[in-house]
Design a protein around this ligand. Structure first.
Ligand SMILES: [Zn+2]
Length: 200
């Protein structure tokens, strides 16, 4: 019996639930097909083939938004769907009770915020107004996801450098919208509520 039917060469995008602990895990084979820009042990990656650089806009999925808005070729920030998503709005498949674990389609959202057109400019080098603009876009995307049906938890994160799991050197942040609230977050909220009631 094949537990993971990868031999069929089909992409799998689903959420699997551990029957023993109830923990849910996102399972996305598409993520493994991401191009890795960094060579092994390399900290700086070249700009020539970067899909996040100006002139390569066609290499990302259709843009969600940009700043400044409009058709101008000049942009300071772009928001695009992740080309290799951990979750997507309309994944194929249905909830099923497999032999090993129950699974459900990987419904959610996975976006990328490209915070600068400059391939070599890092977040720590941003001016205060550039950081303010980035935070404003983060808030905009969180609010947009809040209004999207089916998303119950959002997370913004940045992988910095190859050791953290970043596959592209160009500065960017990811926004993930999940169909469920992670168990750990639920537990933290419950404990915080209990603690707050105790000290009131
Ligand atoms: Zn770049």
């Amino acid at each position: 019996m094949s537990i993971y039917p990868l031999d069929k060469h089909e992409d799998i995008l689903e959420v699997r639930e551990c029957v023993l602990t109830g923990t849910k895990v996102i399972f996305s084979t598409e993520r493994s097909r991401r191009p890795i820009e960094y060579a092994v042990g390399q900290r700086r990656a070249p700009a020539d083939a970067c899909p996040f650089c100006p002139g390569h806009e066609h290499e990302t999925p259709p843009e969600i938004s940009r700043r400044p808005s409009g058709e101008s070729a000049q942009w300071n920030m772009r928001v695009v769907p992740n080309k290799f998503p951990a979750l997507r709005r309309e994944p194929a498949g249905a909830r099923k009770n497999g032999e090993l674990c129950p699974t459900m389609p990987g419904v959610g959202s996975h976006e990328v915020i490209i915070e600068t057109p400059d391939h070599h400019r890092k977040f720590q080098d941003f001016s205060v107004s550039e950081i303010r603009d980035a935070l404003s876009v983060y808030r905009e995307r969180l609010n947009a996801m809040r209004e999207t049906g089916g998303i119950r938890y959002t997370q913004i994160f940045k992988n910095h450098g190859p050791e953290s799991g970043a596959s592209l050197a160009h500065e960017h942040t990811q926004v993930l919208g999940l169909p469920t609230v992670p168990e750990r977050v639920t537990r933290e909220l419950e404990r915080a509520r209990t603690h707050f009631q105790k000290i009131r």
